[in-house]
Design a protein around this ligand. Sequence first.
Ligand code: NI
Length: 405
Amino acid sequence: MLSILFELTMSFPALRPAVQALQRELVTWRRHLHQYPELGFQEKQTAAYISQRLKSWGIPHQTGIARTGIVATITGEEPGPVLALRADMDALPIHEANEVEYRSTVPNVMHACGHDGHMAIALGTAKLLQQRRHRLRGTVKVIFQPAEEGPGGAKPMVEAGVLKNPEVEALLALHLWNNRPLGTIGVKSGPLMAFADRFQIEVIGRGGHAALPQQTVDTIVVGSHIVSALQTLVSRNVDPLQPAVVTVGRFRAGDTFNVIASRAEIWGTVRSFQAEVRDLLARRIEEIVAGICQAYGATYEFQYERGYPAVHNDPAMAALVEQAARQVFGSEAAIVPEMTLGGEDVSFFLNEVPGCYFFLGSANPAKGLDYPHHHPRFDFDEAALSIGVELFLRCIENYTGKTLD
Ligand code: NI
């Protein structure tokens, strides 16, 4: 209704029709990026493509930040706050199984998480902001970040000073989300995504003949006790009101049926939301390994690698996104508090400035677009692209206190 009113009173198109008119271009950019996916810190063609578009719209930007990252700056004609948007750029080492015309052209590399869509949304937002600079109060930095899937591009981008000069006051980021239907959004304040750590245990025993166990230290038996005992960490050591996960994802030992294995390899991941829980788990895992190995006469090697910090949303910024979502979706029912034990390096930005990271529903089961993220058949409903652009723009309006219509 509001947009119709503005259309009648102004010659410049209102925001919503302008966003809707962008949908075809959003799809074009997304599909191009989808066809030429690149792994973390190798996003060279990706960066060149983004840079070309920004240049053609006259948007000043810096390339080569943290190797392949880009920061574009759109300065409104009226001075005001500095807000940043962040999109990740990298693909995954997965061979695409979809038979679509925009299928990945690179064997074993695929945008299977939706980062192609994130870049398209960020480009679309930048383009419309640049067109509306005369209506924009303040400055918007659009950050294209490499290597979210690992080893992590957010930290080196922060270290390179992307939040400075001008000083960023708040940051927004989104993730297309096939765990939610199109036309919905997952947003909540406070803890959102987990610390995502990993561990590697090597149990060292003494191999030998399967029929002469008295001469050996059987690492499969020792390892099995370790795997079982690790299950008690969350149930017996962690405060039941604190979420945590300990998962063993790999257990390798032995080669054949009649030889006792001299070594066993146990790899796993640890997820938690609170720093104290994280420290407790890191310490207790090694204590369990040490105790069990000692009891059975084995020795061990242990590595614990701390991954991305947990993601916490600022309450005021989360409220800002919810307000934007009500404007875009027109319904409270579309807004759901969403939290996951997945990890995300957007936390390196959100540890520096208040912000909100949210999940944009992108699944459409009727079209077969509901495979999970990181699946070789992952794909999403592209109608989510223009919704993402409008959400970002409404957030900017609400933050700067000035309409872009
Ligand atoms: Ni992702």
